[in-house]
Write a protein that binds this ligand. Sequence first.
Ligand code: C5P
Length: 668
Amino acid sequence: MTERDPATLTLAPIVGAQGSVALPGSKSISNRSLLLAALADGTTRLTGLLDADDTQRMIEALRLLGVRIEHDRGSGDCVVVGVGPAFPNRSASLFLGNAGTAVRPLTAVLAMQGGKYRIDGVARMRERPIGDLVDALRHQGCELDYLASAGFPPLAIGPAGGRAGGRIPIRGDVSSQFLSALLIALPVARGAADAATTVELVTPLISRPYVEITTRLMQRFGVGVATPDPSTFRVEAGARYASPGTLHVEGDASSASYFLAAGVIGGGPVRVTGVGRNSTQGDVAFADVLAKQGADLRYGDDWIEARRGRPLAGGRIDCLAIPDAAMTLAIVALFAGAPTRLTNIGSWRVKETDRIAAMATELAKLGADVAVGEDWLEVAPLASFRHAAIDTYDDHRMAMCFALAAFGGAGVTINDPACVRKTFPDFFERFAQIAGGATGPAAQALPTVIAIDGPAASGKGTVAERVARALGLRYLDSGSLYRLVALLALERNVAADDVPGLTGIAGTLAPDFSGGRIGVEGRDVTEALRSEAVSAMASRVAVHAPVRSALLARQRAFRAPPGLVAEGRDMGTVVFPDARLKVFLTASAEARAGRRHKQLIEKGISAKMDDLLRDIRERDARDSSRAAAPLAPAADAVVLDSTDLSVSAVTDAVLALYQARGGAGGRG
Ligand code: C5P
């Protein structure tokens, strides 16, 4: 941390995302490659190395151990002069911050080679378990002592060293880094030249793809790891690391997750470069999960691109293999059409912070409905985001994934944003490059929106249509979407409180708005949608947050050139918070009932003023008292009372306000 680090960073509401991001190098590959290059015979040139806190801790440690490393931080090129199986300095005290990818393998390597070493980190590192690795190393004769609490760093390592050979039992269900660390250390153990060693998992392995990163890299450095079955790993006699010459570090697949998710939530396309379809990192599977949820994903050899597809499904997602990227899914879940349950995430509890607890606490600040268990987290879709200051717990991934909450319409504040320096120092700068907000660089590219909100029969529909025609803009009657859900629900006997049933209808709605008519399932329902039964059902359907969020992406999709006039209840507050002009149209309930009465009589439909007035009052009450996106003017809306104004006068007033804001030439 420097004095210049801001304590908080506030992101304005983001309405779209587009662009391309070159990913920083993978943390997992960078730190493993640095250590293997140091222990190899020969000099290795690493290109694309991550320059962040965790890699700096590893580089500092290796230098203290006597390894020569030249790191050009500008280009990412790093030259490591290998020292072979033993470090020149046989005693050192290493401070490794909160870098698990440094603490675990260095502990194993130093314990195997023997010497007088001390390993420590930040306070949180002293809470992250290492006992299973220590037990496995002691099994081979290594000397390790706990200096504070049994099972946790800091550790003292003694001179005896460890021997190769035999079978080592190790647990796989706490951290896959224990197995990775042990495998990396085997070739430097005493007797490795003559003895093969087998490591055997005694509990199921979590995060297996990370172990595959380890074995693939060991292979690049000349040491094969045989896996005759999924719980057995064998390093042959004579194993010794040799430099591969040059090794390119792939982009970080976990870091890619934030940008891919932004592409999906914000429309996209967003492309990340540095990882592609053939990546060795397990977290690229995150992209496949997004695709299964409904997003549109495309792959190249060195890139992945994400854009919005179908409305996102919720459901159960097994995250055993993608624990880091899974945090991003917890935020994506807020934008889905149904609750999402992330399962098999027990490892979150021993990461940079207890990520299950942290995630639940911070999601709740946004207004989200969250449930947790020992190894799962369930997040319901959120229609109406609250602005919140998110605590990040010195956990880079908390900061990065919560940036996505800025797509919710209320913006978001990230406390201690500088914690991203652990793996991605310029994350927020890169994020701003693809995020289109009211002030972001992509804003100019977004078509203009005029939002007209107001209660039933306030005249907003007619006014919005006229404004759209006068300006040649597109027109969205968002109420018709709620009405469509209501109509289908009535037809299919789905009750007004059957939230999953209603959300299912909303999530799969495929309306046809061509020719000024509204069609669904091949029939014209324009008239049917206006019935009083549908009106009443629509305002019942609209109280449910999951229904609202299932319709969100569909409404935003209307924003296209040359621009949009959108009318409804929450156009200015939730759906298009960056609208250039927001108008809130009101009129007394009596005036509105009178207008509705006149309309009906003109159509030859008989109606009683009293009934209409009661109906309007009921709908007003429901719309303004609901928890999700209640009917209310946006803080920056112009409130127009049309009780004594004609439709033409209101239309002219809206057009004048729009011109005053720069018309089509303005921004936002
Ligand atoms: O505007 P309209 O009367 O067609 O909307 C029907 C119902 O849909 C409203 O009573 C309201 O409950 C709901 N609605 C909403 N948010 C919108 C538009 C309509 O909640 N943006």
